[in-house]
Design a protein around this ligand. Structure first.
Ligand code: BYC
Length: 342
């Protein structure tokens, strides 16, 4: 059900060369362009929308950026559900701001992908038809208020770990979008941690609620970084192109190393009996991740896949009148400006 299938041509001559293949140079002129592109990547330079780029580079970026944008948009759903149930006016205001931020992140990212020649409508069609991927983490239910804190602390924490290196991505518009996204994600992470600190200072029942949320989310957050390096078909080429700066396993390890001390301060136990400091490696060792479950979820069979997509499609359909009104207003303004200029 879930495969990325965007109608981005493979190259101008119509040759098929996926991101996993090495694009064949069609002509001497193209070979020269390819050499200039490679040199810029080797010098850690930026590629901008009007620059020549290999078709496979373009395709990989559209795949990754749209996946990222969809994650932000679908990520609004589990949180949006809790706005009416947040325990105080302060928590509601924070959650509303956070959900708005996620919507904004999705829009910056769709705009970045549009600079590669794929329209937002095409990307949304990929999402709504179930063809496009979005982060596995949003296909799990949010059962109690502590889940909102844990999403901030661990889900946004994992997202930041993955996204800070994307600020140095070789594609300029993606890198620039990520600078602002990361600033906002950092606020999201802190507010989640602070909400959990408050709960941990509350009643026994509140502390148990936090531990329960951590137990349910920990392993799912580790899977957010993607499959192990040996099973990650896109990593090697993504790193060669300076899109990804670290492998999935490296980022996962960084996240674990950063999170263990935070869990200690919070007073929760991370649900992994094999989690222990390895002096020799200078990292925490951890237990095995359930990759079968991960692929089940990525392939559309997680506990909330159907509901998330249905809610998203419904929201899109119910928002049609807003888009039509905005387009009509913009057309009216344009006509007025033309009249005034005449
Ligand atoms: N979920 O070769 P690989 C957030 C797919 S949330 C679903 O390693 P790549 C937020 C992958 O797309 C964070 N699918 O791929 C927080 C590929 O499939 P296709 C969102 C996954 O691209 C709170 C296949 O598995 N952030 O921001 O080199 C509230 C093989 O993987 C997942 C991003 O998305 C997954 N967890 O690396 C609201 C960051 N992992 O495309 C919002 C941008 C892997 O070949 N994305 N797959 O059919 C990335 O950095 C990279 O795309 C990944 C995967 C690290 C996710």
């Amino acid at each position: 059900m879930y495969t990325q299938s965007f109608s981005v041509p493979d190259d101008t001559a119509g040759n098929t060369s996926g991101p996993k293949g090495v694009p064949a140079a069609a002509s001497a002129a193209e070979a020269e362009l390819q050499a200039a592109f490679d040199a810029r990547i080797d010098q850690d330079g930026r590629i901008e929308p009007r620059d020549w780029m290999p078709a496979a580079y373009r395709k990989t970026l559209v795949r990754q950026i749209s996946q990222h944008a969809h994650s932000e948009i679908v990520g609004m759903l589990p949180e949006g559900n809790w706005i009416s149930r947040a325990p105080s006016l302060k928590r509601k205001a924070i959650l509303i701001a956070k959900v708005q931020d996620e919507g904004g992140h999705g829009l910056y990212l769709y705009s970045a992908a549009e600079t590669l020649g794929t329209s937002r409508a095409e990307m949304l069609e990929g999402l709504h038809s179930g063809k496009a991927k979005y982060s596995s983490i949003f296909n799990y239910p949010t059962l109690n208020w502590a889940d909102m804190g844990v999403i901030g602390w661990l889900v946004d924490g994992a997202a930041i770990m993955n996204q800070i290196p994307l600020c140095r991505c070789s594609y300029g518009p993606y890198a620039r979008a990520m600078v602002r996204v990361c600033k906002e994600e950092s606020f999201h992470q802190r507010q989640g941690y602070e909400a959990l600190l408050v709960l941990m200072q509350g009643t026994q029942a509140q502390r148990e609620m936090v531990q329960d949320a951590v137990n349910r989310y920990w392993w799912k957050c580790l899977a957010m970084f993607g499959p192990p390096d040996a099973d990650s078909p896109n990593s090697q080429q993504g790193m060669r192109w300076g899109i990804k700066r670290f492998t999935n396993d490296d980022l996962r390890q960084k996240f674990i190393d950063a999170t263990v001390p935070q869990a200690r301060v919070l007073g929760v136990t991370l649900p992994d009996p094999e989690l222990k400091w390895n002096e020799e490696r200078g990292h925490y060792d951890h237990g095995p991740i359930d990759w079968d479950e991960f692929w089940q979820v990525v392939n559309g069979h997680g506990p909330m896949n159907k509901e998330r997509l249905a809610t998203r499609v419904k929201a899109h359909e119910q928002g049609a009148w807003v888009r039509e009104a905005a387009a009509a207003h913009a057309a009216k303004q344009q006509q007025r400006q033309l009249k005034e200029a005449a």
